[in-house]
Design a protein around this ligand. Structure first.
Ligand code: ATP
Ligand code: MG
Ligand code: MG
Ligand code: MG
Length: 439
């Protein structure tokens, strides 16, 4: 992508309305524009990054055997009256009436709709286990939308729903989701700690939230510092193995880690004092097992092996896809701007031409651009006729992991400069070597 032909409306001033760094940086880097309170347009750079995050979520869901589909954003009130949540959900639900006076709503979550899909088609236990998911916009009329995409009213969520014959199978689905979430967040360069939580309006007994530690997080969390030493890493997991998935759950929940809703001071105080941590965290996901809470009232039953009709055991599992952008930036930035982890960066390399218009510099940049492209790397080429300082500041702000700087002086010696955004370290090397190093 050539910057001269892109749409990257970078702001020079710090927007006064943004209280936290990720919100400020997303506005300054031209990633989002507020449309109204808690509702955002995703400008090209933001949209591109959002797609990267979405792709990782899709890949990890499907690796775990979950099946993608897409449900609408607008739902009929009838389904929610069936489950009893239409009244219970309260003012967070945006209620709409269509021209025929039918009650509709903008979905805050999809338990009812997916249960309706399931009960319409699935009749036999032989079709289980089944986990369906989608990545779709949600609307919750939050009392205080704030912090940009972190607490929006319209936000993108991955929500998945498992259908199982027995509680044991449904708990395996729960554990499998926990494993796949650990992988998902680590691929984004994030440490998200599963913490015992409260189920809220979704209902159910078993639930964990995934929290990214950050001072600006809205949740108060209590944990044993040993939990932060646990890494999922690149271990191979058989997602069908109950034992392996349970093993991971046991490992990652073996230390005290709870949100304020479930915090128990007495148990916490049993941890050696030097390991007790009270901090803040950003909730980036949550998994629930709720048994037959929806399948029973809504009649989602299958015929079991003995011919009896059995309500299926269910759970639901959410990832805050759009919130993740904010969380990743909260965890990866410095005073110059964003520092994208490799897995989610909108472009891999920023190519800076120090002397646009200079025949040799232009030719060298074109050649590098093609070589990087051929190596499968996404390049943002700053080919504008601008001061070097402004180009560098822009690249630092948008936070691509690598910058390659090309100027007449270096070219005389056959070298370009390669700079790591994270470490700030630069080295001079021949263009081919720079490409090889980044690839
Ligand atoms: P919160 O406690 O932050 O209000 P929640 O517990 O109500 O979130 P869930 O129903 O668990 O949210 O939804 C799954 C995920 O969707 C959350 O873990 C979070 O990452 C994301 N999410 C929820 N509400 C919002 C929001 N208003 N803006 C952006 N993301 C959100
Ligand atoms: Mg909420
Ligand atoms: Mg919550
Ligand atoms: Mg939650």
């Amino acid at each position: 992508m050539r910057l001269s032909r892109y749409f990257l409306p970078v702001l020079k001033e710090t927007p006064a309305e943004a209280q936290i760094v990720s919100h400020r940086l997303m506005l300054r880097a031209g990633m989002i524009k507020q449309a109204s309170a808690g509702i955002y347009s995703w400008l090209p750079l933001g949209f591109r990054t959002l797609k990267k995050i979405e792709t990782i979520v899709h890949e990890e869901q499907q690796r775990a055997g979950h099946i993608p589909l897409l449900m609408p954003t607008l739902q009929s009130a009838e389904l929610w009256q069936e489950s009893g949540r239409y009244d219970a959900y309260g003012p967070e639900m945006l209620r709409i009436r269509d021209r025929h006076d039918r009650d509709m709503l903008f979905g805050p979550t999809n338990e009812e709709m997916i249960t309706d899909i399931f009960r319409s088609y699935v009749r036999s236990y032989k079709d289980l286990p089944m986990t369906l998911y989608h990545i779709q916009w949600k609307f919750r009329d939050e009392v205080r939308p704030r912090f940009g995409v972190m607490r929006g009213r319209e936000f993108l969520m991955k929500d998945g729903y498992n259908f199982d014959l027995t509680k044991e199978d449904a708990l395996h689905a729960y554990n499998r989701h926990l494993v796949s979430y650990l992988r998902t967040y680590e691929r984004m360069g994030l440490q998200a700690i599963p913490m015992r939580a409260d189920s809220g309006p979704i209902g159910g007994d078993d639930t964990h939230e995934f929290l990214v530690l950050a001072e600006t997080g809205e949740s108060e969390v209590f944990y044993d510092s040993e939990i932060t030493d646990l890494k999922f890493g690149d271990r191979e997991i058989d997602y069908d193995s109950h034992e392996q998935c349970r093993g991971v759950l046991e490992e990652f929940t073996s230390r005290y880690a709870r949100t304020d809703e479930t915090h128990d001071e007495a148990i916490f105080n049993e941890i050696p004092e030097e390991r007790r941590r009270v901090a803040r965290g950003i909730e980036v996901g949550q998994i629930f097992y709720f048994g037959t809470k929806y399948s029973e009232p809504m009649g989602a039953v299958v015929q079991g092996p003995d011919g009896k009709q059995i309500p299926v055991h269910m759970g639901s599992h959410g990832i805050g896809v759009s919130r993740l952008l904010g969380a990743i930036i909260e965890a990866n930035h410095d005073d110059k701007g964003i520092i994208w982890p490799e897995g989610v960066t909108p472009f891999h390399v920023g190519l800076v031409n120090l002397k646009t218009g200079d025949e040799e510099a232009d030719a060298a940049c074109e050649k590098l651009y093609d070589a990087l492209d051929a190596a499968g790397l996404e390049v943002l080429y700053d080919d504008r006729d601008e001061r070097a300082g402004a180009k560098f500041a822009g690249m630092d702000l948008i936070g691509l992991p690598w910058r390659i700087t090309v100027g007449p002086r270096g070219l005389k010696n056959g070298v370009v400069e390669l700079t790591s955004r994270r470490t700030g370290e630069s080295e001079e090397l021949p263009p081919e070597a720079a490409v090889a190093k980044v690839a």
